[in-house]
Design a protein. Structure first.
Length: 165
């Protein structure tokens, strides 16, 4: 009995001693993870560029619904933090998507600069929405084309075209 107890204590001691790996301090492993995260986000303008705001309380059921939410502007807390919407009223529009392609058909001319933050808000929000609606699609792979009435098509744009980096 005494021998068994001795063996048990010895085995316990070895188990507590670990495998010989010594603790270390922080290890440098490069920069933070990049790329777009999952889940629906709306993109708004700030002095530092576009910022994503998670959409926690609503489910996106269509690309048109995502544009409607974007047009409402940022929530009050984000407004206090300096976020705003530069996207002017689009008038009538229809948004369609298939795979990595999204097209915004406008009934009027496009009211913003094709390379500004307003367009970035629209492109990034739609890229995110497309990846939420079609989970096999990565937001960074989505290309958004704007087709204003009576004007040449704009794009295709990727969200990365508008993110400060």
């Amino acid at each position: 009995m005494r021998v068994r107890r001795g063996w048990a204590l010895g085995a316990l001691g070895l188990a507590l001693a670990g495998c010989g790996v010594q603790p270390t301090g922080p290890v440098e492993a490069g920069g933070p993870a990049g790329g777009l995260t999952r889940g629906m986000r709306l993109y708004f303008a700030s002095d530092g560029g576009l910022r994503a705001v998670p959409l926690l309380d609503r489910e996106i059921t269509s690309l048109n619904a995502a544009v409607k939410l974007l047009a409402q502007g940022p929530p009050p807390a984000e407004r206090r933090d300096g976020l705003t919407s530069l996207l002017q009223e689009l008038g009538g529009y229809t948004v369609t998507g298939a795979g990595t392609r999204v097209t915004v058909r406008l009934e009027h001319s496009y009211p913003a600069d094709g390379r500004g933050q307003a367009t970035g808000q629209l492109v990034c929000t739609l890229a995110r929405a497309q990846s939420v609606l079609e989970p096999a699609v990565r937001a960074e792979d989505v290309r958004v084309t704007l087709r204003p009435a009576g004007e040449p098509a704009m794009g295709p744009y990727r969200c990365a075209d508008f993110l400060a980096g």
